[in-house]
Design a protein around this ligand. Structure first.
Ligand SMILES: Cc1cc2nc3c(=O)[nH]c(=O)nc-3n(C[C@H](O)[C@H](O)[C@H](O)COP(=O)(O)OP(=O)(O)OC[C@H]3O[C@@H](n4cnc5c(N)ncnc54)[C@H](O)[C@@H]3O)c2cc1C
Length: 426
């Protein structure tokens, strides 16, 4: 048996978000030697202004302030997410040769998934539901990745499942986690991926470039980082399809005497029409002031207990491009814009019906995942392997175009699916 050098691993996982954490955990459980390289720090997770500012990274998607957010930290974007569950449709994955059904069953058994009990719905969520229903919308509860036993009397950030817990399991089973380690490129020899080059931050001003070698390399750096990393490493055709970003609006109003309390965003909503989704956007109190201050909504800033919010998300078409320097540029066609306006009008009608005044929005934002740049069947095969042997991709960037819902449960299932394939080849 070959004795492994200190920087040689069975698998190197790039990024410790939902997929990276799942894969690292599955492989470590089977006693594989796993290295996790994570660009962010191992920050303590807190839903305070400072806690969020430390990990949140705003990524612009166009010239007109359109942007999205990700978290650069151990556990990735589940440190910031809302916990809303959508399930992968059988068809979506079968079409590209992937059967996720067993993995999905296992995920449903293991993770805390349930709709919220009525006792955890704030008065603003109930007002929104009643108003939407009165206007004929089928407003219903979503499943949530929330352990309701941890909620006590109300909203709890800690009750939301987070991928960081899987990283901790992996490390307990022997995985090596290196934080502040940003992978710069994949080392390819004779069309086979053999390692990675990464920059590790030593202090505010000092960094060092290092190499690590692995039998399997898994890129799980998230949809905003993976496409550029693949392209820089020589994977052909990345960036040529354009991308989608599920644009939308967060819209807020004030209802005097509402008596709002902190709630779980997205716990209820409906599919409107024409690829438009509407949902509850009532944020917890800890986020209310920073958000209203950031958007200069001064009348709403001090009015948390009167504030009611609704979100609009639209299925846009593939378009725009990933520029050479890695920046995104998205443009929308007239149909996308018409759908956005239609969704916004419907949302405002619901708020008005609820009795809201002083209705404001924060401008167009990417309300959901960015995708479409990496495609199963074109850039990776059904084992999520690229043209380079032993180089696999597993994260939000490879979800098929027609799955636009919230992805976390799908991503954990995909992480399990890929782990199974990797283990049979190790
Ligand atoms: C505000 C918000 C709300 C959301 N709400 C929901 C929701 O309700 N339900 C839901 O299912 N999903 C939601 N999401 C989306 C969900 O959190 C993400 O889609 C999911 O976590 C993505 O997982 P991932 O594995 O693709 O990547 P990520 O979780 O983004 O992880 C990627 C990791 O890779 C690291 N990384 C990046 N580049 C490098 C590099 N070069 N080298 C090393 N490491 C690198 C990053 O620091 C990060 O930790 C939300 C997201 C946000 C931001």
């Amino acid at each position: 048996m070959k004795i492994q050098e200190e920087n040689e691993f069975d698998a190197i996982v790039i990024g410790s978000g939902t997929c990276g954490a799942t894969i690292a955990r599955e492989l470590s459980r089977q006693k594989k030697k796993v290295l996790i390289l994570e660009r962010g720090a191992n920050a303590a997770l807190r839903e305070t202004f400072m806690g969020i500012a430390t990990i949140a990274d705003q990524v612009f998607l166009g010239d007109d302030k359109l942007s999205t957010v990700r978290a650069l930290t151990t556990g990735g974007s589940t440190s910031l997410y809302f916990g809303v569950v959508n399930y992968p449709q059988d068809d979506t994955f079968r079409k590209v040769g992937i059967d996720l059904s067993k993995e999905l069953d296992a995920v449903r058994k293991e993770l805390p998934i349930a709709p919220l009990p009525d006792s955890l719905l704030g008065s603003q969520a109930i007002k929104l539901r009643d108003s939407a229903n009165a206007l004929g919308h089928a407003w219903k509860k979503n499943d949530m990745l929330v352990d309701v036993t941890k909620c006590g009397a109300g909203y709890s950030y800690d009750a939301k499942w987070k991928a960081k817990s899987y990283v901790e399991d992996a490390v307990a089973d022997g995985a090596t986690l290196i934080n502040r380690a940003m992978v710069l490129s994949i080392i390819i020899e004779d069309n086979v991926a053999v390692g990675v080059e990464y920059r590790i931050k030593k202090s505010m001003f000092a960094s060092e470039v290092k190499r690590a070698f692995g039998t399997k390399i898994v890129v799980a750096a998230g949809e905003l980082a993976t496409p550029k990393l693949l392209r820089d490493s020589g994977v052909q055709g990345i960036g040529q399809r354009g991308f989608y970003c599920n644009p939308g609006y967060a819209i807020y109003g004030l209802i005097p005497g509402l008596n709002a309390s902190s709630g779980f965003v997205g716990s209820m909503g409906c599919e409107y029409e024409d690829g438009i989704e509407l949902g509850d956007a009532n944020i917890p109190q800890s986020l209310h002031r920073p958000m209203m201050l950031g958007g200069m909504k001064l009348r709403h800033l001090m009015g948390f207990s009167d504030c009611i919010g609704i979100g609009v998300k639209v299925k846009d078409k593939l378009g725009g491009r990933l520029k050479d320097d890695g920046r995104f540029f998205k443009d929308f066609d007239n149909e996308d814009i018409a759908r956005l306006n239609k969704g916004k009008d419907a949302a405002i009608r619901i708020l008005k019906q609820a009795g809201a005044e002083h209705i404001v929005d924060f401008g167009l934002t990417a309300a959901g995942r960015v995708g479409g740049l990496v495609s199963i069947g074109e850039h990776v095969d059904h084992k999520l392997e690229t043209q380079f042997r032993n180089l696999h991709v597993c994260d939000g960037s490879v979800i098929p175009d027609d799955m636009r819902g919230t992805p976390t449960v799908t991503l954990v299932s995909m992480g399990r699916y890929l782990s199974k394939h990797l283990l049979t080849a190790m």
